[in-house]
Design a protein around this ligand. Structure first.
Ligand code: NI
Length: 167
């Protein structure tokens, strides 16, 4: 297992569109294990492979209080959605920024698990938010892109300045 480096917005690599996983093999299982370790260590409730500069459709999520209910979504697809909810989101790639985003309240997702087996699940509330947020990463989209251009600029400036200070 290994901790992976998380890309920070506005790193252009975050805007890469991830490709579907061709085969869920040992390499992908290692990636899942490293992503889970990285997500738990951060700590965060979700991580997309895009954020660790791997551009394949892999997501790890754990919204449980005990941090013992790892959800792995490979090649996820939303096959149904309804309703809407507003949630104040954050992101490991956009540290310290929390903003409200509107997303579907209820979704049905089809994906492969870590064994490469297809499954279907329903999610609502925070879990639905989290899945939609991580699936956006796979499309090269970061949650701040839902905000006004003015707010996006302000966030970009703030993060670039902070990264310069840390460098
Ligand atoms: Ni994120």
């Amino acid at each position: 297992m290994a901790l992976l480096d998380i890309l920070n917005y506005p790193d252009p690599r975050l805007f890469t569109v991830a490709k579907p996983v061709q085969q869920v093999d040992g390499r992908i299982q290692q990636l899942v294990s490293d992503m889970a370790e990285t997500m738990y260590a951060a700590p965060g409730i979700g991580l997309a492979a895009t954020q660790v500069n791997v551009h394949e459709q892999v997501i790890t999520i754990d919204i449980s209080d005990q941090r013992n209910q790892l959800l792995v979504l490979i090649n996820p697809r939303i096959i149904a959605k309804d309703g809407s909810q507003v949630y104040e989101e954050g992101c490991l790639s956009v540290p310290g920024i929390f903003e409200e985003v509107t997303r579907a309240q209820h979704i049905v997702v089809e994906a492969l698990d870590v064994q490469g087996k297809k499954f279907t699940m329903e999610a609502e509330g925070l879990l639905a938010v989290c899945i939609q947020h991580e699936m956006d990463h796979l499309l090269g989209k970061v949650f701040v892109q839902y905000l006004s251009p003015l707010k996006q600029n302000r966030i970009r400036t703030k993060l670039v300045k902070r990264q310069r200070e840390l460098a």
